[in-house]
Design a protein around this ligand. Structure first.
Ligand code: T5A
Length: 214
C-alpha cells in the first residue's frame, strides 16, 4: 500500500498555506485519509531546526541554513512522511525539496550538484508524486504577508535580490510531476484549478477522486 505525496510550493506569500489547507479539506471530504504537514517542520527536531534557521538573532550563514533545512527534512521524512505514505495516507505538504532548490541553490547560490546530493541523502530518494507551484510576483507576495500582519522572519527580511532569484527559480521549475498555478487569481480560483489537477493526476490511484465535482 502506498499513499500519495502532494507538495505545494512557491515564493513568500504566494498562498501556499491557504491552498494546502483547501486541498486537504477537499480530499478529506472525498473520504480520503489526509495528513497536512509543512517544511521546515513536522517533528520536534524539525521545528527546532526551523526556529534556528528563521531566527534573525542566530543569523545562520547560508551553509548553516542549508543544513538546518536538510536536518529538518531528514527527520520529517523518516519519522512522519514515509510512514504515513506506507500506511496509504495522502500527504499535503506546504513546501519540500523544490524550496531548497529555489532558496539555497538559486537564492543563496550554493553549489547545485552538492546541494542536490545532500538533499537526496536527507530524503532517502523520496520525491513528491505531484508538486503544485503557486507563482506570484515578489511584490504581490510581500504585500500579502504585510496585509496579513505576519512578522517577517530572517529569510523574509533578506534583500530583494534573494527574493527575485527565488521567485524566478520557482517560475522556471519544470518536471513531469510539476504543475504551475497562477497565484494572482482569487484563492477559490487557485484552489479550483489545483483540485482539477489533483483529480486528474491521482484519479487512477484513488477512484474516489474520479467522480468529484469540479
Ligand atoms: N525555506 C524552506 C528554505 O529556505 N529552504 C527550504 O528547503 C524550505 C523548506 C519557511 C521559510 O523557510 C524557507 C522559505 C521560507 O522563507 P514559510 O512560513 O513556510 O517559511 O513560508 P512563507 O512563504 O513565508 O509562508 P507564508 O505563510 O507567508 O506564505 P504562504 O503560505 O504562501 O501564503 P498564505 O496562504 O499564508 O497567504 C498569505 C496571505 O495572503 C492571502 C491569505 O489570506 C493570507 O492573508 N492569500 C491570498 N490573497 C489573495 N489572493 C490569493 N490567491 C491568496 N492566497 C492567500
Amino acid at each position: 500500500m502506498r499513499g500519495a505525496f502532494i507538495v505545494v510550493e512557491g515564493p513568500e506569500g504566494a498562498g501556499k498555506t491557504t491552498l494546502a489547507t483547501g486541498l486537504a479539506r477537499r480530499l478529506r471530504d472525498a473520504g480520503l485519509a489526509v495528513r497536512e504537514v509543512r517544511e521546515p517542520g513536522g517533528t520536534p527536531l524539525a521545528e527546532a531546526a526551523r526556529r534556528a534557521a528563521l531566527d534573525p538573532v542566530l543569523a545562520a550563514t547560508p551553509v548553516a541554513e542549508l543544513f538546518l533545512m536538510l536536518a529538518a527534512r531528514a527527520d520529517h521524512v523518516s519519522k512522519v512522511i514515509a510512514p504515513a505514505l506506507a500506511a496509504g495516507d495522502i500527504i499535503v505538504s506546504d513546501r519540500f525539496e523544490l524550496s531548497t532548490e529555489a532558496y539555497q541553490i538559486a537564492g543563496r547560490q550554493l553549489p547545485r550538484d552538492a546541494v542536490l546530493e545532500a538533499n537526496r541523502i536527507a530524503t532517502g530518494g523520496l520525491t513528491p508524486d505531484l508538486t503544485l507551484v503557486v507563482d506570484v510576483p515578489v511584490d504581490v507576495g510581500i504585500a500579502r504577508q504585510r496585509n496579513a500582519g505576519k512578522a517577517a522572519d530572517r529569510i523574509e527580511r533578506d534583500g530583494r535580490g534573494l527574493h527575485e532569484r527565488v521567485a524566478r527559480a520557482f517560475e522556471r521549475a519544470m518536471g513531469p510531476s510539476l504543475v504551475h498555478l497562477d497565484g494572482t487569481r482569487r484563492p477559490e480560483d487557485v484552489e479550483q484549478a489545483a483540485w482539477r489537477v489533483v483529480c486528474e493526476r491521482l484519479g487512477e490511484q484513488f477512484p474516489r477522486l474520479r467522480v468529484q465535482p469540479a
